[in-house]
Each structure stands twice: as C-alpha cells, then as structure tokens.
Design a binder for this molecule. Sequence first.
Ligand SMILES: [Zn+2]
Length: 360
Amino acid sequence: MIAMLHDMVDMESPSGDKQALERLTQYMANRFTGIGAAVEFLQSNAGGHLRASWGSGSEQALILCHLDTVWPAGELARRPFRIEDGRAYGPGVYDMKGGTVQAFFALKAIIELNTRPESKIVFLCNTDEESGSMSSRELIEQEARRSRFVLVPEPASGPAGAVKLTRKGWGIYHLTVTGRSAHAGGDPKKGISAVTELAHQILKLQALTNDSTGTTVNVGVIAGGTVVNVVPDKAEARIDLRAKSIEALQKTQQEILGLAPVTQGAILKVSGQINRPPLEATEKNMRLYRRAKQIAAGLGIELPGTHVGGVSDGNFTSAVGVATLDGIGAVGEGAHAVHEYLELKAMAPRAALVAHLLAE
Ligand SMILES: [Zn+2]
C-alpha cells in the first residue's frame, strides 16, 4: 500500500494539467487491469476520467475517487514523499491518494480471497473534482443512479477517522459594480465610487451569514479602482456560499442575485450559481452508515460520524437519491494544507472496512 501511495504521490496531478493527469490515469488503469478489471477511458478536456469495473449483473456498487489534487506542479520538489513516525507526507497523501489506495487494496483483497460478490463493482476516478467536477458531474450522477450504494474514500475527519454524514452545499458568485470615474481632486462630486458601493455590498453579503442555520457567505476576493487620484468606476467581488439544505442554499442565492445598489447611479451585476447541492443525512445514507459502523466495530475500529462544510462528489451522488458513505478514506490531517499527512496504521483497517462493505 505504501509503495502504491508513493507511486501516486510521485505522479503530481494538479487539476487541469492534462499531461500529468493522463499519466496518473494510465498508471491507475494498469493497476486495475492487474486485478482483472475492464477499463474504460472517458475523455474530457480536463485530462480524462477512468472507469474500471468488475463483474456483471444489474446490481452495482460504486467507489468514487478523484485523482487530481490542489497542488501545482513542483510542489513535490518542496515536499517529497516521506515517512516519519508512522505518518506519510507529500502532496495529496490525505486528499485523496491515500483513500484511493485503500479502496484499491480492498478490491484486490476480495478478488484474491474470492469473496467478491456476483454483482458489479465500478471504480470511477475523475480528474477535476478540486476544480468543481465540471466535466465529470454528469458521468458521476449517471453511474450513481445505476448503483445500490456509493463509497467515497475522501479523507476522514479527525484522528478518530469520522465519516462525513453531511456536507454543506456550495454556491459561487461574482459581483461587479459599475460607477462613474472622475478627478478625485477637481470633480469628485461628478464621480460615483464603485469601491464605496462595493463596501456597502460586502457588509450586506457578510450579514447573510447565519450561525443558527449554518449558512455562511464569504466575500473571498475583491478588486477595484485604478489609481489613487481617480474616483473608481469599477469594482468586483467573488463570493462563496455554503448551506446545509437546498432550500437555504436557494433562498440565500436569491438574496445574493437580488442585491440592490445603495449609491445612487451605481450599477450591480451578479452572476453565479449553485455548484453542488448539500449532502444530507438521508435515511438511505444513515442506513449505510449504521451498517458500516457495525462492520467497523467487528474490525475493532470506531467509526464516528461528523458534519462538515467542505464539499465532495458525494454531494452529487447523495442528491440523486443514492445511499452514499463519504469520508471513508484516509485518516490524517491537513487537506489542502502544507502539513497534510496520513496515518499509516489506519490504512489496512480502513481498507478492510471497505472490503467488507463491498463483499456484502
Ligand atoms: Zn478530496
């Protein structure tokens, strides 16, 4: 498992880097073929997705992994793969190359032990999750609809390895403000400051955050103006919205899209949309979780559940109504952070858990 993880980390895979992603996809295809999979490359402009399958029949289980990471090419030189005090380090070890290795070995185990069920198992690897799954979403939803359940070996949460019972939904928006430029010294009254207007809007946007419902709005990027002595006629902001339910997501989206100017003469334009629906604790998801928890107990591991704001492709599969268990992958810490690591001692037990779920 460590050797495969090392291989995968050594193949850097930033979202959007076609050549790098194709190399890793090819590597995975070889590994899958090595354990008897029928492999299919699904082309897209992002570097291709990969679908491996075992068995036939109408019933199907789906394992869903993303091969891309948030790390740019060259990050590996700064943080090469290494093992220290029982932990593996390197770009993508935790999110989510570790979980991918664990799921691969789960499959390998049930194939070698001859406990693979009659029904079909599909292992879908996409390469654009970190950039929003724009070219793989349809594929994921299609595959999920054919499946009885979906396992998403995304990183677990915290040292106890909690799975993610809910994830918030996500919306991304762009606000542009148009005012009127003027000489800041000579004719300030003739200007309409887009920057001042944006300042009003930022406060309105931030006030949409509601601690009691868990809805959050973050104005993450702003820009505006040209030089110090001109009343600025342009300003813009990029906005991140998270909410626990689709209703809360839609309601707050309406408020963002419906922003009205405070300054007379200023013009607002808001674009954007919901990127992912929330992953909710549906009855189907909870039933799958409870079964996984029982199996885990039999293996001597705890499997707590938790609630997070970060999204994954599990948001899509749950939203189409298919039982989804997300965060069943690597135990460690530091997704999208330079201190990212994975606990080696958790790899085999977590793989065993996935193997039992698939064998069932
Ligand atoms: Zn991930």
